[in-house]
Design a protein around this ligand. Structure first.
Ligand code: HEC
Length: 324
């Protein structure tokens, strides 16, 4: 008996489909389920065995049945089995869409022209082409009405919207990826783990000049409210990253520390060192720093008039310049 069965395709395909479903439905974290749970491996082994057993049983049954048939039935059976499988519906649609005449009927559509023996057929336009043409025509009408008559939205608006979405996505990503901070996006870290990591960095790299309690030495006092280069997480991060003024001795730590580490050490300084009383405080340097984003009532009272008068004199100055 001719054996054209395709068990060697069927068994692996069914096996991997079951395997894929198992992996999809069993939550096994990062590792594949069959490594995480050995029982799954055993189960898959069993599945494979059952599949093979089923194939063997089916073949055996087919053999037995075949042998019980009489000669003519056997012949018919083999004929049907070896007939090539065809997807008739798909094939019909395909020929319909092509719309070409079978070669035998070409005589009906041949044109009179005869160019040195070359004749021309008057074929209909192929339906696939005609349907596509109708589709584009309908699309054009809908498009025209929607965008040129009703002015639904312009390409510029679409662009703005896409850009806004993209910006929101980038922001969301930056929030989850702490390591991507820079001086504009850095936020004060409050996590105990971040602060203790900051402490380790501070003690390894900064105490030599700023002292363990921030009292100051070669570098300025970090515990007081006065800052030479500006307080608040963004300024402090910027100072740590870019360094102090030339020749003062504070290097740009961005070459040595990662962004996250700079955020950690900056947060450590602002949370654990700033505002405490060091044992040997260095004299204050720089100005008292006021957070421009803080609600007005939290600002030190004396800071407000000073700022205001600064602004006014600046305006006056610029006026004088313009007049001259
Ligand atoms: C070699 C000595 C030295 C080391 C080490 C050092 N600093 Fe400094 N630091 C300075 C000096 C000097 C300044 C003042 C810079 C200026 O006046 O421009 C300064 C300024 C600063 C300021 C700004 C203070 C202000 O008043 O605006 C911060 C914040 C700071 N350092 C943090 C750090 C951190 C964090 C580390 C460790 C990663 C560190 N420093 C390591 C010497 C040092």
């Amino acid at each position: 008996m001719k054996n054209n069965s395709t068990w060697w395709i069927r068994v692996p395909v069914i096996f991997f489909v079951i395997f894929g479903l198992v992996e999809y439905f069993i939550d096994s974290g990062e590792k594949p389920a069959f490594i995480e749970y050995p029982i799954i491996t055993a189960f898959m082994g069993l599945v494979l065995l059952i599949l093979i057993a089923m194939e063997i049983i089916l073949q055996a049954i087919e053999n037995v049945m075949f042998n019980t048939l009489n000669d003519e039935a056997q012949k018919r059976y083999l004929e049907r089995k070896s007939k090539k499988w065809e997807w008739t519906w798909g094939k019909n649609v395909y020929t319909k869409l092509l719309g070409s005449k079978p070669v035998e009927e070409e005589g009906e559509i041949i044109l009179d022209h005869n160019y040195d023996g070359i004749r021309e057929l008057d074929n209909d336009l192929p339906p696939w082409w005609v349907y596509m043409f109708y589709a584009t025509a309908i699309f054009a009408i809908v498009y025209l009405v929607r965008f040129e008559v009703l002015h639904d939205y312009t390409q510029a608006e679409e662009f703005e919207q896409d850009m806004a979405e993209a910006r929101a996505e980038v922001e969301a990503y930056k929030r989850t990826a702490k390591g991507l901070v820079d001086a504009n996006t850095v936020e004060l870290l409050t996590d105990a783990g971040d602060l203790s990591a900051g402490k380790v960095i501070y003690e390894a790299s900064c105490v030599a000049c700023h002292m363990a309690d921030g009292g100051g030495g070669i570098g300025p006092n970090l515990a007081d409210a006065n800052w030479i280069l500006g307080g608040g997480i963004k300024n402090v991060f910027n100072t740590v990253s870019e360094g102090g003024r030339d020749g003062k001795g504070m290097v740009a730590w961005k070459q040595i520390l990662k962004p996250l580490e700079m955020a950690q050490v900056s947060s450590y300084i602002l949370t654990e060192i700033n505002g405490k009383m060091p044992a040997n405080p260095k004299a204050v340097e720089g100005d008292i720093w006021v957070d421009p984003d803080a609600p007005a009532r939290n600002r030190p009272v004396d800071a407000i008039p000073e700022q205001a008068s600064d602004t006014i004199s600046a305006v006056n100055d610029s006026k004088t310049v313009t007049v001259n």
